[in-house]
Design a protein around this ligand. Structure first.
Ligand code: GLU
Length: 290
């Protein structure tokens, strides 16, 4: 029997949302849409809006991007109640990882990127998920070598049983199995996106996750991790992505200006935010088919 997704608290003033950018580049209009939606969702209810900088990827995160992100959001007229940095919360992720390791759901993975790419190109065509090369290895004597930690997805799913989550008010069964043995701690970072985001949303009391449709598939994994770690499930609100003139997801190649460039050119950020709220997009941009 499917367990229903837990109903999140919807008491006025208790809504908590967040915007969680990775400081690996400059924000563009697509990010602005996401930040404004999350902000307004909380504010409409007198709730709290958190800003969380997802900077666990030390090789790609840059402090100067953090400064720019804060300036961009302020320029749009957004205010936040809390500012946090994932790089300062590593102990929380390590504790969650230890819990999953103790219940036997993790295994170390020593594969290099090249080996994974090769293993995923099977003779009958590319496979969608990591094929489990390191699962079942007797690796105790190799733990001094660089390694990631992967979730044994089949065991995890069997342990958790059927799960669901609410997105846009509709109940969706969680089907994380297709994503295979996802990485929860990387060779170069003590947590992956999946682990950090799940732990933080719970620890920070996020009731409603408002983010782009590109993260819908990841939600299946997050729902599973919540069940395994005994964490509450927020309500999800995945929104359509902005698309460029060719109908594909907005990217640099579309020439979408960075928010910082618009700001520096003297544009009025609050007016830009209001136009986005009203669904007015620059010529050629759309939210259709994104
Ligand atoms: N840090 C992620 C990104 O910049 C977003 C995480 C989330 O909203 O769950 O794409």
């Amino acid at each position: 029997m499917m367990t229903s997704a837990e109903s999140p608290r919807q008491v006025p003033g208790e809504i908590v949302t967040r915007f969680a950018p990775s400081p690996t580049g400059r924000l563009h209009l697509g990010h602005a849409v996401s930040a404004i939606r999350a902000h307004d969702f909380a504010r409409a209810d007198g709730g709290r809006f958190l800003l969380r900088i997802e900077d666990i990827d030390g090789t790609r995160s840059r402090p100067e991007h953090v400064e720019t992100i804060l300036a961009d959001l302020a320029w749009l007229g957004l205010t936040w109640d809390e500012l946090s940095f994932q790089s300062q919360r590593l102990a929380l992720y390590e504790a969650a990882l230890a819990e999953l390791r103790t219940i036997g759901l993790l295994y170390p993975c020593f594969c290099t990127r090249a080996e994974i790419a090769e293993a995923m190109t099977a003779p009958h065509g590319p496979v969608a998920a990591y094929p489990g090369t390191c699962r079942g290895l007797d690796a105790a004597h190799r733990l001094h070598e660089p390694h990631a930690w992967r979730l044994d997805m089949a065991r995890a799913v069997a342990r958790a049983g059927p799960l669901a989550f609410i997105d846009g008010g509709e109940v969706h069964p969680a089907t994380p199995l297709v994503q295979g043995d996802v990485v929860l701690a990387r060779k170069d970072a003590p947590a992956s996106y999946h682990l950090a985001v799940t732990v933080d949303d719970a620890a920070q009391g996020v009731t409603d996750v408002v983010r782009g449709r590109d993260l819908f598939e990841a939600t299946h994994v997050h729902r599973l991790l919540q069940a395994l770690l005994g964490l509450p499930t927020p309500a999800y609100h995945h929104h359509a992505l902005l698309a460029g003139p060719d109908g594909t997801r907005l990217a640099k190649r579309h020439g979408a200006p960075a928010l910082a460039a618009m700001r520096e050119a003297g544009e009025d950020g609050r007016a830009v935010a209001d136009a986005l709220r009203a669904g007015c997009l620059p010529a050629g941009f759309s939210t259709a088919n994104a």
